[in-house]
Ligand binder design. Structure first.
Ligand code: IMP
Ligand code: MG
Length: 183
């Protein structure tokens, strides 16, 4: 089947990561994690809502037993800009003591959200905390650049799809494309 393009929505621009590229890279990340965590059961901590699509595909590309938990954070600010003030909206259900935690994020922009999350989770006595980010926006990480697994580094444009949204729209696009409808 031909890949559907964002042609019918004038707010959507170029495809940044196509569906087949996502599939291939997620498979590689799953294989890498599977090799790195042999003999352990990593706990994947998905950052809601944006990471839910990526986490679902990533988990199925990991050949080890894994467990899941989710956290929701919100950073105050407008729809397309992080303010830097992060707040936990939904906390984890599981105890992190002794766990091998992998934070699964959709996109790292300034790195502030991740910096906050990592510090917060490290305070709960896990064995270790690593990060798997699907996207990293190039050149902007002033905070917490220590990313163990990265899917793609992308140019500085706002993107949607594959979990990422603008005001809750476009999360179900099977590819990642730019959003050009900013006011
Ligand atoms: P940071 O705290 O500046 O690294 O921002 C990270 C968070 O901002 C991500 O988890 C997303 O929720 C959101 N975000 C940043 N850039 C984009 C984008 O291009 N599309 C959709 N959400 C984004
Ligand atoms: Mg997010």
């Amino acid at each position: 089947m031909a890949e559907s393009g964002p042609v019918d929505d004038p707010a959507l621009g170029a495809v940044v990561v196509a569906e087949d590229a996502l599939r291939a890279r997620v498979a590689e990340l799953g294989a890498e994690i599977s090799a790195d965590y042999v003999g352990r059961t990593p706990l994947l901590v998905g950052v809601l809502k944006g990471a839910f699509v990526f986490m679902s595909d990533l988990a199925r590309a990991i050949t080890l037993p894994v467990e899941f938990d989710f956290m929701a954070v919100s950073s105050y600010g407008s729809a397309t800009k992080t303010s830097g003030v992060v707040r936990i909206v939904k906390d984890l259900d599981l105890d992190l003591s002794g766990r091998h935690v992998i934070i699964v994020e959709d996109i790292v922009d300034s790195g502030l959200t991740l910096q906050y999350l990592r510090r917060n989770l490290l305070a709960r006595n896990p064995a270790d905390v690593e990060v798997c980010a699907l996207l990293v926006r190039d050149g902007l990480q002033r905070h917490d650049p220590d990313l163990r697994y990265v899917g793609f580094r992308i140019p500085p444009a706002f993107v949607v799809g594959y979990g990422l949204d603008v005001a809750e729209h476009y999360r179900n696009l099977p590819y990642i494309c730019t959003y050009t409808g900013l006011e």
